[in-house]
Design a protein around this ligand. Structure first.
Ligand SMILES: [Zn+2]
Length: 462
């Protein structure tokens, strides 16, 4: 009876959960959807949400969606006439992922410049991880209209009164490689553009110089501008907070060529919007390899990766960097398949142990999982009047660069005397390449069983 009751109760909870999920699912925005908003016409001369080639590409499921180049869908939210306080970030949470501020401001009052309150909200949006595209107008007889945004960001970059003026279209020089110009839709080439307002760059990175050629011929200035024609950049970018900003001296999404925007201009916006996709992309390549020569032992990556002696306890992933597990949780672990804890002896374990089943043993070379800079973590410390040892034994830590920038890998229990460095100062780290030997498998620190039989690599990523 008791069992039956418990079972029924669980089923009830399950059904309740399924029911609630169905009920709420229409209102929940999935993390894999990129929400795009922006300024609408007439405040934005050429609203981004119009049916042009950029919008049709964004709505193409082979480009954005499950199985597309970028595995996030796109959802257009209402484009607005003004940014109200709290409309982009409400209670600390973003309501959008991308905001196309476009070209605000014009000589008529209804096409007004970006107000300070709007600029503050937009800056907060970027700080919270939003992506902003903003351009000034290219009208010679008008003042810059979006400088309030740069004031709100606290940078000294500003649009100038000067416009690089040309009577028809030009092309930029080849943009430099950035997270956007070298995005999932490929390298962006010369951008089609017209007259553009000059931007004085300090914190932003200049990305593409304006006006290289028209049809292969170097263009000439028409003399209306005080700007230094041919030397100014039309496009600039900056990572800011958790977000990203793209700035141009005129809107680069205008359908210049009748049927739609230039192919490279379209590609630029597809790559820019892609920054908001946090789901793994179909072109995603892992930056880490496993830290020993598993192929030399006849194992594939997935065979080796899963030949784990002791798993990672998922509930407390930050134990190595100062977080500690409450006593009540000791002796249990959370496995990757779910939230349920079972009694497992790898409680509070913050890495993966690769030993016998992964064909590593005392003396097997330990290899850098990716390129970076290696330093040593000393297991010995003074406790009272004697020297004590920490559980990790000899440890090498690598701060990664390139695709792994911001990540650190750690390799514990290394054999005495085998480490590539014993300098504990990260500032004096040793540069290593992916696959380079950084030590040998050993049994220093706490291993089980004790002695050589317990030799393994404790591998972790922070
Ligand atoms: Zn371990």
């Amino acid at each position: 009876m008791g069992h039956f009751f418990r079972l029924s109760f669980r089923l009830y909870i399950l059904f309740l959960f399924v029911f609630l999920s169905l009920f709420f699912s229409s209102k929940v925005t999935l993390a894999s959807t990129i929400r795009i908003g922006g300024f609408d016409s007439p405040r934005n001369d050429f609203p981004f949400n119009d049916e042009d080639s950029i919008v049709s590409n964004l709505e193409d499921p082979s480009k954005f969606g499950i199985g597309g180049v970028v595995s996030c869908g796109v959802e257009f939210k209402p484009f607005v006439q003004e940014i109200a306080p709290g409309s982009l970030v409400s209670n600390g949470v973003r309501t959008l992922d991308v905001f196309i501020a476009g070209s605000v401001g014009y000589e008529y009052p209804e096409y007004r410049a970006l107000s300070t309150a709007e600029a503050v909200e937009l800056a907060l949006f970027v700080e919270k991880g939003g992506i902003v595209y903003i351009s000034d107008t290219n009208y010679v007889d008008e003042s810059p209209s979006v400088n309030t945004f740069f004031e709100a960001l606290g940078v000294v970059d500003r649009f100038s009164p000067d416009v690089d003026y040309l009577s028809f279209l030009g092309e930029s020089y080849q943009p430099i490689e950035t997270r956007v110009t070298k995005g999932p839709f490929g390298l962006v080439g010369n951008l089609t553009h017209g007259d553009f307002r000059v931007f004085s760059v300090s914190s932003f990175t200049p990305v593409a110089k304006g006006f290289e050629t028209i049809g292969g011929i170097i263009t000439m200035a028409l003399g209306e501008s005080e700007a230094d024609f041919g030397e100014n950049y039309v496009l600039h970018e900056m990572a800011y907070g958790d977000g990203y900003i793209s700035v141009s001296g005129m809107p680069l999404y205008i359908p210049f060529l009748g049927s739609g925007a230039d192919e490279d201009n379209v590609k630029y916006f597809l790559n820019l919007v892609s920054l908001a996709c946090k789901a793994p992309s179909s072109v995603f390549v892992p930056f880490l390899d496993l830290p020993w020569d598993y192929q030399g032992k006849g194992m594939t990556f997935s065979q080796a990766a899963l030949s784990i002696n002791s798993y990672f306890d998922h509930e407390y992933p930050l134990l190595s960097i100062g977080m500690s597990e409450p006593i009540s949780a000791q002796g249990s672990a959370t496995i990757y398949k779910g939230l349920f804890r079972t009694s497992l002896d790898y409680s509070s374990h913050d890495g993966y142990d690769y030993g016998k089943s992964a064909q590593t043993k005392e003396g097997t070379p330990v290899l850098a999982a990716a390129s970076g800079c290696a330093y040593y973590k000393d297991p010995k410390y003074q406790c009272g009047d004697k020297t004590c040892a920490r559980a990790y034994g000899n440890a090498v830590l690598i701060n990664h660069d390139g695709a792994g920038e911001g990540f650190q890998t750690r390799y514990y229990h290394l054999q005495d005397g085998s480490m590539i460095t014993t300098n504990t100062d990260p500032a004096q780290c040793v540069q290593v390449t992916k696959g380079q030997q950084i030590g040998k498998v050993g049994h220093t620190g706490n291993v089980s069983p004790t002695g050589e039989a317990g030799s393994h690599i404790h591998f972790m990523v922070i």
